[in-house]
Design a protein around this ligand. Structure first.
Ligand code: ADP
Ligand code: ADP
Length: 226
């Protein structure tokens, strides 16, 4: 089954805004997939529905073959989500942030400690594991968001504009972490409005505008069109 399968997804918000007007897409296991589009295109809405933060109006969504309406909990266990805003406690240490997050999802503490070392090393944060998060640089905080999402060993990692408003050095550090996670087998979907970011990271992409997919395909063939 695809890592993500979306069919004729529609979302009309209570204020009447049609944020998604019938979106269909498949993301294959192992892919690094970008949803590219301008502000207001519907990217966050799409990701919000897939990660169960937003209710859809109609359509179908399944994650590795599990329909989110049929078994939402099972589908959500397969997903790791990196929200746009940094939302961990600045007065906790990265190690505790990761271990407590896994604990919330029922991972035993001993196992969580082992996993935390892996994800923090992967995000080049192991030497900061015991520092107050407040003292981390902007880039380190962003990478900690990614590391924390990886604690539950998701098969699909979803990031909503992970690099919005961050400078190029920080973005490159995040790209390296994401490439390694993808190389180790995790499917990644991210939204971005930077073509450059999609180009650097992704094998496949969809371009979304005004709630519709206007182009899709392998990065290389779309670049050839531009
Ligand atoms: P396009 O729809 O862009 O013309 P294709 O027909 O090749 O291109 O389909 C591309 C994508 O359409 C597929 O990879 C998948 O994401 C989506 N798709 C596949 N089957 C369906 C379907 N039954 N209904 C809607 N979308 C589909
Ligand atoms: P993007 O992530 O591509 O910037 P969004 O999914 O955030 O796009 O927004 C798509 C459209 O839906 C926009 O017109 C936006 O103003 C509207 N929208 C987003 N969230 C809400 C909401 N909670 N209530 C009403 N309208 C919303």
């Amino acid at each position: 089954a695809p890592a993500l399968r979306v069919r004729d997804l529609r979302k009309t918000y209570d204020n009447g805004v049609e944020a998604l007007k019938g979106v269909s897409l498949d993301v294959q296991p192992g892919d690094f997939y970008a949803l590219l589009g301008p502000n207001g295109a519907g990217k966050s809405t799409l990701i919000g529905i897939v990660s169960s933060l937003v209710n859809k109006t109609s359509g179908e969504v399944s994650v590795f073959g599990t329909d989110i309406d049929a078994d939402r909990d099972a589908a959500m266990r397969l997903i790791g989500l990196v929200p746009q805003e940094i939302n961990f406690n600045m007065f906790e240490k990265p190690l505790d942030i990761c271990v407590n997050y896994a604990g919330f999802y029922g991972v035993p503490r001993a196992q969580a400690l082992v996993r935390a070392e892996e994800v923090l090393r992967g995000a080049q944060l192991w030497d900061k594991a015991d520092k107050m998060s407040r003292t981390l640089s902007g880039g380190m905080k962003r990478r900690l968001m990614i590391a924390r999402a990886m604690m539950t060993q998701p098969r699909l990692l979803i990031l909503d504009e992970p690099t919005a408003g961050v400078d190029i050095e920080i973005r490159r550090g995040m790209w390296k972490t994401l490439r390694e996670i993808n190389a180790a087998g995790t499917t990644i979907i991210l939204t971005t409005h930077y073509l450059e970011e999609a180009e650097s990271l992704c094998r496949n992409l969809a371009i979304i505008d005004h709630g519709r997919i206007v182009e899709r395909g392998p990065m290389k063939s779309l670049l050839a069109m531009l």
